[in-house]
Design a protein around this ligand. Structure first.
Ligand SMILES: NC(=O)c1ccc[n+]([C@@H]2O[C@H](COP(=O)([O-])OP(=O)(O)OC[C@H]3O[C@@H](n4cnc5c(N)ncnc54)[C@H](O)[C@@H]3O)[C@@H](O)[C@H]2O)c1
Length: 454
């Protein structure tokens, strides 16, 4: 059995490494147009940071796991082709700012059609609008080469930062296939691959449309929980309630559950915003305006939460931050990844810069990406060493929940900062009372501020 995966990114790379690792008899080739990325997959400096990934890659690389830019050859030799290319939000034309940009996906479908010499199973691994498979099948079966392509949907539920654990022990695998003889046969073949390590009862099957829609729905529900608790955090700050107590009280209700109830500066990552906007666009396309408005609000609360964080900084620092040094601790959209796509830190830094603050950004894994994201801003420095970053700072804004930030020497930090020394905990992960006792002015999300000044 030969598998080819088109797209060696955050999903394609780790997913295929896990399949190769768990299925030694299957030959897995990951191809990409990005030669630099492919070269990096062949070294110990992998192109993405993900705890545990290098070990899994090294276990199979050169044995049954290969990375290559020979896309046509990869396609031709494959029985099953996973397509895991990016599907960003469209930036132009019809649906700009909301619809999914399917140009990379369609290019792949055309390439597969043009170079294939035998029947193949095509697996949608990318997150796609519901009914994409229909359009892809039309592209794949245009022309007269007599080859049959069976399209399956197999969305990926891994989360960056925990990708390896998620892939090794998934809550569920979802595979959608057509309710035809060939569809069910192909579906069975993909089930057999995952059954090498995933218990059969955790491999869910459905029709293609349910599978496509389930992925968008899963991300929309997760993001909705974050926006819901963040909306309540604003009300806590206005009323003296404490968001930690509220989260705990509602999270212990088994009907609600405790996960994704952590108030913060907002969600980020390449998927939540784009997938919700895609869902909004889909609803609009089907004339379901109320459903569209409902999901749109999840994105709006997220933007509001980020702006609100900056407004709180401005207000607490006496209405001006012009010329003040603000140390940003953490730029990745969450801990244990170097990915900064849609990170709240981007908007926060931009808004702080509009107020003429002097910003210094620190992050253990994401500084290269941060430099690209903030290339147009002036008055900005990058410093890997946290203690150098906070030296002489007027304020610290913690934006990523990296573990290292929880155990810093805050006594040393306090003495190196300008006074009054402000700390804004955008992830609610620090010990606020202890920081206050050290002398800090402490502000967090959804809790009353702790100030020595009034
Ligand atoms: N990142 C996540 O956490 C995550 C989780 C689940 C699902 N997804 C979905 O998976 C898909 C991929 O996401 P990602 O984060 O891995 O993206 P990515 O940008 O990291 O990787 C996509 C790769 O596809 C390559 N590519 C694009 N067009 C190509 C072509 N025509 N031929 C060959 N290679 C091509 C790009 O060069 C890039 O390396 C998206 O649809 C995303 O929504 C992402």
């Amino acid at each position: 059995m030969n598998i080819c995966c088109i797209g060696a990114g955050y999903v394609g790379g780790p997913t295929m490494a896990m399949i190769a690792h768990k299925c030694p008899k299957v030959k897995v080739t990951v191809v990409d147009i990005n030669a630099e990325r492919i070269a990096a997959w062949q070294t110990d400096e992998l192109p993405i940071y993900e705890p545990g990934l290098l070990k899994v890659v090294k276990a199979s690389r050169g044995e049954n796991l290969f990375f290559s830019t020979e896309i046509d050859e990869g396609i031709r030799n494959a029985d099953i082709i996973f397509v895991s290319v990016n599907t960003p939000t469209k930036t132009f034309g019809e649906g700009a700012g909301r619809a999914s940009d399917l140009q990379y996906w369609e290019l792949c479908a055309r390439r597969i059609k043009d170079v294939s010499e035998s029947d193949k199973i095509i697996v949608e691994k990318s997150t796609l609008p519901v009914r994409t498979a229909e359009a892809m099948e039309r592209v794949l079966h245009s022309g007269e080469n007599g080859i049959h392509f069976e399209v399956l949907s197999n969305p990926e539920f891994l989360a960056e930062g925990t990708a390896i654990a998620d892939l090794e022990n998934p809550d569920r695998i979802l595979i959608g296939g057509h309710e035809t003889k060939t569809g069910q046969k192909a579906l069975g073949q993909l089930v057999d691959i995952y059954a090498n390590w995933v218990p059969r009862e955790r491999i869910l099957t459905s029709n293609v449309w349910s599978s496509e829609l389930s992925k968008l729905t899963a991300n929309a529900f997760l993001a909705q929980r974050v926006s819901s608790i963040n909306a309540i955090s604003a009300l806590c700050e206005a009323t003296g309630a404490n968001i930690k107590d509220v989260s705990h009280a509602i999270g212990t209700d088994s009907r609600i559950g405790s996960k994704f109830l952590q108030a913060s500066v907002g969600f980020g990552g390449s998927c939540f915003k784009k997938d919700i906007l895609n869902l909004v666009y889909l609803c609009e396309t089907y004339g379901l305006h109320e459903s569209a408005a409902y999901w749109q609000q999840v994105v709006e609360i997220n933007e509001y939460q980020q702006s609100r964080f900056v407004k709180n900084i401005l207000q607490s620092m006496f209405g001006t931050i012009a010329g003040k040094r603000i140390a940003i601790l953490g730029f990745a959209f969450k801990a244990d990844t170097g990915d900064t796509r849609e990170s709240p830190a981007i908007k926060v830094c931009k808004e702080l810069s509009e107020e003429h603050a002097k910003i210094v950004v620190s992050d253990p894994k994401a500084l290269d990406n941060a430099k690209l994201d903030l290339a147009n801003l002036e008055n900005i420095d990058f410093e890997e060493d946290v203690y150098k970053a906070v030296n002489q700072a007027d304020a610290i804004a913690l934006l990523t929940d990296w573990n290292i930030y929880k155990n810093l020497d805050f006594e040393k930090i306090y003495s190196s900062m300008q006074k009054p020394a402000f700390i804004f905990d955008g992830r609610n992960v620090l010990d606020h009372e202890k920081l206050f006792d050290l002398g800090f002015e402490v502000y967090s999300i959804g809790k009353p501020g702790l100030s020595h000044l009034n």
